[in-house]
Design a protein around this ligand. Structure first.
Ligand code: ZN
Length: 65
């Protein structure tokens, strides 16, 4: 499978991100973490279980707390 570019998503007023904009899958996302060993907070990305599109909605996971 080709590596897909992570898409940045701006969460709208509804405060929800449950439907994949690429394929319409509506049952939520898997989580992917990148950079867990780095000195800055890790990126917490969402990946669609159906089409594998990756999304960055601005979540971060700080391993140094
Ligand atoms: Zn999808």
């Amino acid at each position: 499978m080709a590596k897909r570019k992570t898409q940045k998503i701006e969460i709208g007023q509804g405060g929800e991100f449950t439907i994949c904009p690429e394929c319409g899958y509506a049952d939520g996302f898997h989580s992917v973490f990148e950079g867990l060993n780095a000195s800055k907070p890790a990126k917490w990305l969402l990946i669609c279980p159906r089409c594998s599109s990756k999304y960055d909605i601005g979540l971060k996971y700080d391993t140094h707390k």
